[in-house]
Design a protein around this ligand. Sequence first.
Ligand SMILES: Cc1cc2nc3c(=O)[nH]c(=O)nc-3n(C[C@H](O)[C@H](O)[C@H](O)COP(=O)(O)O)c2cc1C
Length: 245
Amino acid sequence: MTDLLNQLQNHRSIRKFTTEPVNQETVEDLIRAGQAAATSSFIQACTVIQISQGERRAQLAELANNQAYVNDAPVFLVFCADMHRHQIACNLHNAPMKSGFTEQFLTASVDCALFAQNVVVAAESQGLGICYIGALRNNPVAVSELLALPELTYPLFGLCIGHPDQNPEVKPRLPLSVVLKQESYSDAGDEQALADYDTTVRQYYQTRTGNPRSQSWTEQISGMLQKEARPHMLPFLQSRGFIKE
Ligand SMILES: Cc1cc2nc3c(=O)[nH]c(=O)nc-3n(C[C@H](O)[C@H](O)[C@H](O)COP(=O)(O)O)c2cc1C
């Protein structure tokens, strides 16, 4: 296995960092790696906002469910899907911009996620650890105000980066047969494969070093999917100029 495959297959989120700083040249190298990701129709619809440790970071941590590592990580980035600069591009050519299409929301969000995952892979290649922070979307209006986000942008997620101060086990993923199908979709065999996977995941949760518990994957997912999933997101996104058509 190549070093890169090995690195990718051994990813785990890091939620405790040493106080060792990450130098700014490294951060900028990571961002350049992010920018190099493929981008739908060359739209380059991602803006990253780096938040230093201080009052604003503390407020973000509070808005993101008080997750301590948001405050403690040496580097914290907010990834924003951004079609604002496209408005500027259209204005430069006196071309009225048609916005608000769901397709544009999708392409901007996908662009931003690809950018971020390149940053993650690059960071891990440097021995750094990361944790995505989707909890910023618990309070997307307040986050947008805090970061002075203009219309046609929204905060997709945050990213903690730093030197790991923990060594968690790798979380086992779904069996390949469940995620890789040949020629067309078939869920034949998935129920049994999920039952087997449940045993693996329960074992992982029971034996992991930090926060052990007894839970299977289907238990976790079925519990989660009985709750509403941030229903404020549709009106929020519409208020930012997305998903109107
Ligand atoms: C978009 C996104 C948002 C996430 N948000 C959070 C978060 O707010 N807090 C957190 O502790 N982990 C968060 N995670 C990390 C996931 O919980 C984690 O990736 C998943 O449990 C798999 O574990 P692993 O990354 O260690 O393999 C997020 C991951 C993604 C991709």
